[in-house]
Design a binder for this molecule. Structure first.
Ligand code: CP
Ligand code: NVA
Length: 325
């Protein structure tokens, strides 16, 4: 079996730990290496040796929230690497009838080679990781979205030809996507400015960690309540929805509080003329971003969505491919 699974990289197995729960513990050179693997996989023809990397392996996807990109790109990526995936509808497994997380996790570990989980609390994800013997990958929690942030870095690198020294302006709600972008961007020496209303700042612990890490990488992480200030001179402008999954009851308050934090033509005038626009999608045109910007010439959101596939193949190769070979 091993000769049919050529190692994509020569790193020791599980060098990055059993699970991918957040980007915080991943050293910067490993982030860059993952991005390079993703770019190599993107350039590789479907029938390359990597097509056999995960032959015979099965990835479970356990989602407590809706998903288009994460689910489909992981399933397609697993297929392209020779493995299979199994979507586990939370409502259709015994967990929804009271079976314990611990029993479920231990049983699934006997069948599967890895598990992507989309859930609410980061603590729940951590509990899955503790009770499984297989790698657990964060497919989004209320705290973070690391796979998205890696695809975002890959997209920026592709489009701008570099990462270090670039300014990324994130405008809007300091949510899970903002948290992971903070972790990711400072690692590679970028300058991130988050423009958000008071009370909508990213997680304070992640901000503090990012500011500490930025001191070592030459990057910076700034939180401001002035969106135009955040966007000023930016190479990359990023936004995400104002109401994340699970916050629907708070929607009216959010729409009011975030109304001045829209990515529109006026805000884009503050960024460099060469700036690109990112959005993790799904988007709400007319709320966090206007159609003129999302569908305009600076937007690279479809390439960004495509890169979820490539970056997650690199993640699967690293965490699943190396976990039992
Ligand atoms: N960006 C993202 O994670 O999209 P989905 O919710 O469709 O997976
Ligand atoms: N912040 C959004 C991201 C969706 C991909 C949410 O959590 O709903």
């Amino acid at each position: 079996m091993n000769e049919r699974r050529p190692a994509i990289s020569e790193t020791p197995q599980r060098r990055l730990g059993k699970d991918l729960l957040s980007l915080a513990p991943i050293p910067a050179p490993d982030v860059l290496r993952l991005l390079q693997v993703a770019r190599d996989l993107k350039a590789a023809p479907r029938q390359s040796p990597s097509s056999y990397l995960l032959t015979g392996m099965t990835l479970g996807l356990l989602f407590e929230k809706p998903s288009t990109r994460t689910r489909v790109s992981f399933e397609a990526g697993m297929n392209q690497l020779g493995g299979q995936s199994l979507f586990l509808d939370f409502e259709k497994i015994q967990l929804s009838r009271g079976e314990s997380l611990s029993d479920t996790a231990q049983v699934l570990s006997r069948y599967l080679d890895g598990l992507v989980i989309r859930t609410f609390e980061q603590a729940t994800l951590e509990e899955w990781a503790r009770h499984t013997s297989i790698p657990v990958i964060n497919g989004l929690t209320d705290l973070g979205h690391p796979c998205q942030a890696l695809a975002d870095l890959m997209t920026i690198w592709e489009k701008m030809d570099c990462l270090k020294g670039l300014k990324l302006a994130y405008i809007g709600d300091g949510n899970n996507v903002a948290n992971s972008l903070l972790e990711a961007s400072v690692k590679v020496g970028m300058h991130i400015a988050i423009g958000c209303p008071r009370g909508f700042e990213p997680d304070p612990h992640i901000v503090a960690q990012a500011q500490m890490e930025a001191r070592q990488t030459g990057g910076s992480a700034v939180i401001t309540h002035d969106p135009l200030d955040a966007a000023n001179g930016a190479d990359v402008v990023y936004t995400d929805v104002w109401t994340s999954m699970g916050q629907e009851q708070d929607q009216a308050r959010r729409l009011t509080a975030l109304a001045g934090y829209q990515v529109n033509d006026q805000l884009m005038n503050e960024a460099k003329p060469s700036a690109i626009v990112l959005h993790c999608l799904p988007a709400h045109r007319g709320e966090e971003i206007t159609a003129s910007v999302l569908d305009g010439p600076q937007s690279v959101v479809l390439d960004q969505a495509e890169n979820r596939l490539h970056v997650q193949k690199a993640i699967l190769a690293e965490w699943i491919g190396h976990s039992s070979s």
